[in-house]
Structure formats: C-alpha cells, structure tokens
Design a protein around this ligand. Structure first.
Ligand code: PMP
Length: 402
C-alpha cells in the first residue's frame, strides 16, 4: 500500500487556475483580466528596458560568478530596497534600527515574517482587510496563526473604503494583535486610505498597542511615484511605531519569476538588531539556506545609479499612465452605454486592479458566457485591457448587469 494513500486532493487554487482555463479557451474574443501582471497595449508581457540593460551589463561583467550569497542576502540590494521604501534620510536607517533581509519575493517576505512573528513575537491573532489578497490568510495559517480576523475595508454600496468601520474594528482589537496593511494600490480594491485616514489608523494602532505589518507589492503603481506610494509606511516609522514590511519587485520591476523581495524590520532600539538578525538567519537557513543572487544585483544596480533610477521612474510613469487611460476609457464606455449603476469608482481606483463591484453571479456570467476571465470577487486586472478589447469588455459588462 502506498504511503500517500490518505493524501487529499485540494480544489484548484488561486489565480493560476483561472489562467489555465483562459489558455484552454478557444473563443476568439477571450480576455484575461485575472492574473496581476502588467501587459502592454499590444497585450504582451513587458520587460522594463532599464531592467534588461542592467541584467545584460551584469552578464557581461567578467567578474560575475554564482557563488552563494550570505544567508540574509545581498547587502547592497537590501540597503537600496529598504531606502526605496523608507527614504534615504530615514532616521531609523541612520540609527541602525533596521534589519533588511533579502527574500523570495513578496510572498517569501510575508512567509518568513509570519514565521518570525508567530515564533518569536508569540502573536496568534492577525487582522486583514476584508477583502484582501487570497494568499494572506493561507500564509498566516500555514505559518502558525490561529485566529484570522477581517477588518471592514470595502463599502459595497458606496464603492469606497469604509473608514469608520475600519477604525471601529481596530478599536476592538486586543493589545499586540497584528494588523496587516497594504499601504498603496490595495489588492483587490484599488482603494487606499488618504493621508488623514492613515494618520487616524496610526493613532489607533499606537494607542491600542497593536502591531502593524505592511505588505508593499505595488510601490509606484498607485501614483506613479514610488516615494509618494509609501507615505503611509514612512509616517508610521516616523511616529516611532515598530513594524515589519514585506516588499516585492515583481510588479514594479517586472521581475515576477525572478522572485526578488526584501523584508524590513523596524526596531525601536538598535540594541535588538543582532538578536533579530540571528533569528532570521536560522529561519532562512532552515528554509532555503540563502536567496538567489542575480536579480538582486539587477535591482541594486538600477536603484543605486542615478541615470538608471531616472529611467525606471520614467517607465513606471508610462505604465501607470496606460493603466489610468484604460480606467478612464472603461468608465466612459460604461457611461455611454448607460449601464445601470455608477462607474466612477473604476477611474478613481489606483494600481493594477479595479474592483468592479459586480456580484459573483455576474462575474460568473462574464467568464462563462463572455469569455472574460476575472476573479469571482469582481476584481479585474486593468492592464489586461487595451484598445482592441475594451469595447467588447464594456459591452459584456453592460449585458450581464442588465
Ligand atoms: N502581496 C500582494 C497584495 C500581492 O498582490 C502580491 C502578488 N500578487 C504579493 C504580495 C506577492 O507577490 P510576489 O510573491 O510575486 O512578490
């Protein structure tokens, strides 16, 4: 008898299942608005020119080798990545109150952060926005969190963030509870709190001694300016709040499959640096020993050279402009069709995603009858839209809504 006889098959998981269905679909009109990846106007994957340039230069460097990195990663990369989130003049960086750990992209940063929070900070309860990225709850559970709670975020009738309810939920959290926050270009709603609202959130967190944990997967995609996009994180750090920050370069450098990420631990006191760094060393050593080097070098080369960085910022600006144009066009077309409901939220939302506000049965119809692939929650990847398919998408939404 097989040792595997009692293993249960889980249902197909996540957005990759949707991608598989899309690939199998033979319909000529099919549109993929599922997986969160950037697409050009020609519906093609995008390699950022400056990323390619840096990678080619590195390959051609005669000194290149593939020796192991230190367990906590490439120090030049973690420094540059940390500065990108916190700003070069961050006091916590100057006071050496920061531990930076290179990770297997954003997901890996979340995973090792949660292991640390659960094993060493002994936390058991985490609040996440309702809704949030599906993998958040899976990672938290898998890495030891017993109680997962949602804080209200999306107000379905107003198609906006429900700040009063969000604050009320935080006010009921218990001292030490972990609060998972996305600072900009929230997945899946595309709605972020304003500065004033972030200040209110920070105040409750501080007063009630809660533990904020940031997930930064879309820096640059909200406003086109990476500095502006992490305003909230910088504010919390300035307020002297301890936190962990998971950072991904999948989207903003188009390095999806290279798995480049960083985890930032912000301490109140530099004297805890050694202990914290040593615990991350063992977590990583017993998981995968040390991270891959190549694209950490690409990111470091890009961020530490003024010209490269300038070119990157320009490209991000262009990507964000294209997304904004698609938001505007879709809103306009739905209004022209007099589709029942309000559609201004699509234009107002930011980042890759739009939360259309369609109920699951209408999303299901879009998928099954119109061959438009989106999440059942009503989330679309706006990058999947282009001038060739946007009329079809608008007309299809119009038909399923009526
Ligand atoms: N956090 C959020 C909110 C995300 O949407 C994603 C990507 N879909 C990630 C983290 C992690 O992405 P990656 O592991 O590719 O960095």
């Amino acid at each position: 008898k097989s040792a595997f006889k009692n293993i249960k098959t889980l249902p197909p998981m996540g957005v990759s299942h949707l991608t598989n269905l899309f690939q199998e679909d033979k319909n000529d009109n099919k549109v993929n608005l599922g997986v969160g990846v950037y697409r050009t106007e020609e519906n093609q994957p995008y390699m950022l020119p400056v990323v390619k340039k840096c990678a080619l230069e590195l390959v051609e460097n005669p000194d290149l080798n593939f020796e192991y990195l230190p367990v906590l990663g490439n120090p030049e990369f973690t420094k540059a990545a940390t500065e990108l989130i916190l700003g070069k003049d961050c006091k916590a960086i100057k006071e050496k109150r920061i531990v930076g750990v290179q990770t297997i992209s954003g997901s890996g940063a979340l995973r090792i952060a949660v292991e640390f929070i659960s094993q060493h900070l002994k936390k058991r309860t985490c609040y996440m926005s309702n809704p949030t990225w599906k993998n958040h709850s899976l990672i938290l559970k898998q890495a030891g969190f017993k109680t997962l709670k949602g804080y209200p975020y999306w107000n379905a009738s107003k198609r906006n963030i429900d700040i009063p309810k969000l604050l009320a939920a935080l006010n009921e959290a218990k001292q030490g509870d972990v609060i998972l926050l996305q600072p900009s270009a929230h997945n899946p709603t595309g709605m972020d709190p304003t500065k004033r609202q972030w200040k209110q959130i920070a105040q409750v967190i501080k007063e009630r001694n809660l533990f904020p944990f940031f997930d930064v997967a879309y820096q640059g995609f909200a406003t086109g300016d990476p500095d502006r996009d992490t305003w909230a994180v910088r504010y919390f750090v300035k307020e002297g709040i301890e936190t962990l920050i998971a950072q991904s370069f999948s989207k903003n450098m188009g390095l999806y499959n290279e798995r480049v990420g960083n985890l930032i631990v912000v301490l109140k006191d530099a004297k805890h640096f050694e202990a914290v760094a040593s615990q991350f060393t063992i977590i990583i050593r017993t998981n995968y020993s040390n991270p891959p080097a190549f694209c950490s070098r690409v990111v470091a080369k890009l961020l530490t050279d003024e010209h490269n960085k300038k070119e990157w910022l320009k490209t991000i600006g262009e990507m964000v402009d294209r997304i904004k144009k698609m938001r505007k066009t879709l809103t306009k077309k739905l209004k022209e069709l007099e589709t029942p409901g309000t559609w201004d939220h699509i234009e107002k939302q930011r980042g890759m995603f739009s939360f259309l506000g369609l109920p699951p049965n209408q999303c299901d119809k879009l998928l099954k009858e119109k061959h438009i692939y989106l999440l059942n929650s009503g989330r679309i990847n706006v990058c999947g839209l282009n001038l060739n398919n946007i009329d079809y998408v608008a007309k299809s939404i119009d038909e399923v809504v009526r």
